[in-house]
Design a protein around this ligand. Structure first.
Ligand code: SF4
Length: 180
């Protein structure tokens, strides 16, 4: 049995949930995304840098084990505030949210940060995703998070092939030629 823990970053989990194949190609081929997407990523980084809220901890490094997957989650939540009986987590996104709820990749990434906070502070977490057009509250759902983490570990360790369906998300993908 391999005792080496799999390290999972919430930002990588976000990529994985967005498109398992793009995540897989990124690890193997490392092609740069199109210029427009790189510019948006850069603007997003600046916005994160400038996002400071009074009373909130910003991008504080947290780690938590996931023993059942022999994995370790490591990440820096955008902003969180510790209250007496709970933690408020805010995740900032440089794009609009969908008509209802949050994008799946954003919700699962936020759940990963919430898991880190829950494990480190032993408190329930209220999750809010801050989109350009509105704020969305995401209910904490550890079963859903573990399902995605389980898939992630299976793909990373080569037990499962990545799967994805073509859709509007392919428009800005640098792997259209490789993707069947
Ligand atoms: S072309 Fe579409 S399905 Fe294929 S890797 Fe890119 S985003 Fe994913």
């Amino acid at each position: 049995m391999n005792d080496k823990k799999i390290i999972i970053l919430p930002s990588e989990l976000h990529k994985f949930v967005f498109c398992q194949k793009q995540f897989y190609f990124d690890r193997k081929l490392k092609k740069k995304p199109p210029l427009k997407r790189r510019v948006l990523i850069f603007i997003g980084k600046i916005k994160h840098y400038l996002y400071i809220k009074r009373g909130y901890k910003k991008e504080h490094l947290l780690k938590a084990e996931i023993p059942q997957l022999n994995a370790m989650l490591i990440g820096r939540p955008d902003a969180y505030r510790i209250e007496e009986d709970m933690i408020l987590l805010e995740e900032l996104k440089n794009r609009n949210g969908p008509r209802n709820g949050a994008w799946d990749s954003d919700a699962i990434q936020a759940l990963a940060y919430a898991y880190l906070l829950k494990e480190n502070y032993g408190k329930n977490v209220k999750i809010v995703i801050v989109y350009k057009n509105r704020k969305v509250e995401v209910p904490y759902n550890e079963t859903l998070l573990m399902r995605h983490l389980n898939d992630y570990v299976a793909v990373v360790s080569g037990v499962k092939h990545p799967t994805a369906e073509k859709s509007g998300k392919c428009r800005w993908c640098q792997y259209q030629a490789e993707c069947e």
